[in-house]
Design a protein around this ligand. Sequence first.
Ligand code: NAD
Length: 469
Amino acid sequence: MAQYPNIINGYSIKTTKTFEVKNPSTGKVVGEAPRASTKQLDAAVEAAARAFDSWSKVSDEERSKACHGVAEAIEQNADELSRLLTREQGKPLNGLGSRFEIGGAQAWAHFTADLQLPVEIIQDNEEGKVEMYRKPIGVVGSITPWNWPVLIAVWHIIPAIRSGNTVVIKPSPYTPLSTIRLVQIMNEVLPAGVVNCITGEDSLGAAMSTHKGIGKIIFTGSCNTGKKVMESAAHTLKRLTLELGGNDAGIVMEDADPKEIAEGLFWGAFINGGQTCAALKRLYVHDKIYDKVCKHLINFSKKMPMGDGLNEDNVLGPISNKMQYKKVDRLVKDAVKKGGRVLLGANPKKKGAGYFYPITLIGDVDHGIALVDEEQFGPALPIIRYKDIDKVIAKANDNPNGLGGSIWSKDIKAAKAAALKMECGTVWINKHGAIQPNAPFGGVKSSGIGVEFGKEGLAEYTDIQVIMS
Ligand code: NAD
């Protein structure tokens, strides 16, 4: 059995206590992860703090070069990382799966390496000079979820170190192994202590949120945990970026072409089996084309092969863990009990290992049931009928989340007008969930605080210092 270590100050350190990580496709153990103690957390924070002394003084050029070096190291190890990710998380190698995730990690690392936060001259006249500097914060604590563990780790780590901070990362206990390998690979090209990794239970994340040696927490996960992090970080006034849950609405206007949009709707909703923060989670379709949209979505969905992600033919994998499988099953059963019409799926096969749940489309539902009101985070999509565009936008906004949203129409002007009325961080037109490293991404309302990506995302890893002369 492969036993994975904590990575502290560049060293691989095994622990006596470990926990098993299981493949959600087969139920077989993939490896054992360390169950780090709070003493080991202290050691990781100390190592990061020591490394900060020198790393924060390294030239901007050198830090940029080092981040490119990390991107190249990920590329060199892409095959190993992709396979490990598929085995512990379940997503297929192919399609929008592990290879796509590792490719994204490289692309984001390269792009972020080239970002800069130069000194800004706010004023320079006879009354004086005002300069604004962006200085690194210190040790950044990164807490990540299980859905896109490698990509999200890179989203946290690279801007943090690019701007001169050092990092202690704690991945989700469901998917720690690919992050441990990622940090090992990073340590081959970075100075010791710049990026450290410890793994354990949720309580380790809580200990990071209160840790005096950590200056900022970058957290990606559920709204409930995000609120807890914010509460416990208050005592040390940590800087926070919170990337939380979404319940994204997609609105199909009456002029959309049902056949043309079926593929985009499918992948918008079912990328990573729906286990994506900014996946399409509530679909509102105009009454006039409702049946046609459902028909084309059903037809497209039926063609998508699901199974063990190591099989190159599959583009959909299992739900990543038992906890999430049970949640999706409960929400679907509840929706059906309350009058939802099963258009596809909904009855998982009981036999065999693996948390496979079929692509599920539930029609004739509305607000007031959990599948619509809550984030399902799995392969089940409620489809809601509407007649009036203004009323449906108000309805879509009537939710505590505000991560993403989408409008589907041939009339781009009308779609943009509708987009501006939506209460969310990103609105896509005729697509859903596409993200890119130059566009700030984050949620409003309960979906989070702050943004990632681009210059705005990089700036979140700094404190401002103004010098007036
Ligand atoms: P989660 O909140 O259960 O766990 C996230 C991380 O927090 C894990 O590492 C966990 O161990 C840790 N944690 C748990 N309790 C903690 C505590 N009290 N203090 C500190 N850390 C603690 O979320 P999850 O189930 O792993 O991920 C799914 C959620 O993440 C979904 O809601 C999804 O929408 C959201 N998500 C958001 C984004 C985004 O960018 N907005 C991206 C991906 C996922």
